[in-house]
Unconditional design. Structure first.
Length: 235
């Protein structure tokens, strides 16, 4: 396995794992318990947005994940009054459980008020998208060959700077993992050939509730648990 990117927000690596396994891990992300707003009591709303729109936006706010038992919930309150200028109500008004406090919720005019009590509970992405902790996706790793004629296709370094670069006056491959092109894209560029093997570029992007590495490990645990249940049922 070759690591390409490794941060709290994103992990990307090259692996020879089977496509079926990669897809099973991707789908298992929806099995991870994640905290999100499920109820919103809106006591006052003078803004231009309907109550339902504000409730929808609150549901999509990334919250720091907690392991709550049963039907337990986390309660958050928001009460803001518009000032002389336009007032931007941000998710940080809900408290310290918000991952990105600068997330906008609604705009208020002078003396307009929005007052909400929101409750967050644990849920799974398979039931609703607001419980998804991030994105997991993969692609086949490109194999790029540049012949003598291909070295002259210098415009590729300008059009696709992540995949190609210049070495003196000649074109060279910068990162095959960053290449999103295929054979048909290269028909206009003689001497540059792209093919694909079995290796995959596997990427996990976190939306902040949990780190990218935890998304991967928890998805693998969920997959293992489901396979165990199937195994028990077959015995």
């Amino acid at each position: 396995m070759e690591t390409i990117t490794k941060t709290a927000e994103e992990i990307s690596f090259i692996s020879d794992m089977n496509v079926s396994l990669a897809n099973a891990i991707r789908r298992s992300v929806g099995e991870i318990p994640i905290l999100a707003v499920v109820e919103a009591d809106i006591y006052k709303n003078d803004s231009a947005l309907y109550d339902e729109v504000i409730a929808h936006r609150l549901g999509l706010v990334s919250l720091k994940n907690q392991k709550l038992k049963g039907d337990n919930s986390v309660e958050m309150k928001l009460k803001v009054k518009g000032k002389d200028d336009i007032t931007e109500v941000l998710a940080g008004e809900l408290g310290d459980d918000v991952v990105y406090p600068e997330t906008p919720i609604v705009l208020l005019g002078k003396d307009q008020v929005v007052e909400v009590v929101a409750r967050a509970k644990m849920g799974k992405g398979n039931d609703h998208a607001k419980f998804m902790p991030g994105l997991v996706y993969y692609k086949h790793l490109a194999k790029i060959k540049i012949s003598g004629d291909g070295e002259k296709q210098t415009e590729l370094a300008e059009i696709y700077p992540d995949a190609f670069e210049m070495f003196g006056e000649k074109l060279k491959v910068k990162s095959a993992a960053a290449c999103d092109l295929d054979e048909s894209d290269m028909k206009e560029y003689p001497g540059v050939d792209i093919s694909f093997g079995d290796d995959l570029v596997f990427t996990i992007e976190s939306w902040g509730q949990i780190e990218a590495k935890e998304i991967f490990s928890e998805a693998c645990k969920a997959l293992k648990g489901n396979l165990s249940e199937v195994s028990k049922a077959l015995k």
